[in-house]
Design a protein around this ligand. Structure first.
Ligand code: HEM
Length: 300
């Protein structure tokens, strides 16, 4: 009966001893160093609160990004409803509903805010990245020894977060510098003729996996949806995480496929802007009227 406890203690001991050998632990070995460290923390108690504050900020920035992404996936997938629906949403974010004409710089401002949040979140996460190959190896060993699924999730988050740093940056810079080029044909041309689809595919997997694990860990960390039976709560949260991932991955893949199909169909006219049906009909009527007026000789 005591075997699992012993095995666990052995692992904990192995973990503690290897942690002691890390550069983080070694400088404070010895009484004088310990006293110095203790007096430092006594002098500036406010400093002790910073790790907790930074943790809170990391959770908050992650939550805001996750909420933004949920809304973003629905906006982008409006192409599945119709080209006109996506066009209307894109113009709405340029202020078409309350300004005389759409202003794409409004989208650039929104992208700027999302970028700031993204950089803040990544910078806060960097605090927890292994700082050297030695720390990386120690963590990898502990992960294997513990065989704990949630520790494995942290590992996946570390790698998907690392990938997002590059993949999301490419996308965000594109949106920041070309906000006017968001529309059914414009987006489809970028994805197919502009060869962006492999980046979007990787970005989609990285962000959905990272986001769903992030929300699951937030719920556990801050005790959301707690109940009488913690194991049952954890099981329910795992199911919710899997459903969230699968739903947004499926929605993202179907949406990406729709853009690819439209991009292929529009490839020979790549660069042509989308014009909504009503405006296209108005333009055609104006063109016909002009042609008619020009064809008439004076005095006819
Ligand atoms: C305000 C900032 C953002 C704007 C305006 C924006 C806009 C768009 C647009 C218009 C598309 C359609 C393709 C295109 O036109 O190139 C798209 C696709 C996509 N975006 Fe964003 N995006 C933003 C931020 C982000 C962020 C922060 C992420 C992830 C970290 C992200 C992930 C994706 C993914 C994965 C797709 C492919 C969608 C799919 O397969 O369904 N976007 N985005």
């Amino acid at each position: 009966m005591r075997l699992p406890v012993l095995a666990y203690n052995k692992r904990a001991l192995a973990m503690a001893s290897s942690l002691e050998q890390t550069p983080v632990a070694s400088p404070v070995a010895g009484a004088p160093a310990r006293n110095a460290a203790a007096s430092r923390t006594r002098v500036r108690p406010a400093m002790q609160r910073w790790p907790a504050r930074l943790d809170l900020l990391q959770s908050l920035s992650g939550l805001l990004l996750a909420l933004f992404l949920i809304a973003h996936m629905f906006f982008v997938s409006s192409i599945l409803v119709s080209q006109q629906a996506f066009y209307t949403i894109a113009r709405f974010f340029e202020g078409a509903a309350f300004l005389a004409e759409p202003r794409p710089w409004i989208v650039s401002c929104v992208v700027g805010v999302v970028m700031a949040l993204f950089i803040l979140h990544a910078w806060l996460a960097l605090r927890k990245f292994p700082a050297s190959f030695r720390q990386y190896r120690i963590f990898a060993e502990h992960r294997e020894q513990l065989g704990h699924s949630d520790t494995g999730l942290w590992w996946i988050q570390l790698w998907t977060g690392f990938a997002l740093f590059f993949l999301a940056s490419v996308h965000l810079i594109g949106m920041l510098t070309q906000p006017a080029l968001i529309g059914p044909y414009e987006s489809a041309d970028r994805i197919w003729t502009g060869n962006m689809w492999p980046i979007y595919l990787l970005l989609l997997f990285a962000v959905e996996i990272h986001g769903s694990i992030g929300l699951y860990r937030l719920a556990l960390k801050w005790g959301w949806l707690q109940g009488a039976d913690p194991l049952a709560v954890r099981r329910r949260l795992r199911i919710a995480r899997t459903c969230f991932s699968l739903f947004f991955l499926a929605l993202g893949l179907v949406t990406l496929l729709a853009y690819v199909q439209l991009g292929i169909a529009h490839a020979d006219r790549a660069g042509e802007r989308y014009v909504p049906h009503k405006a296209a009909a108005r333009q055609a009527a104006q063109g016909r009227a002009l042609e008619f007026a020009l064809s008439r000789r004076p005095g006819e």
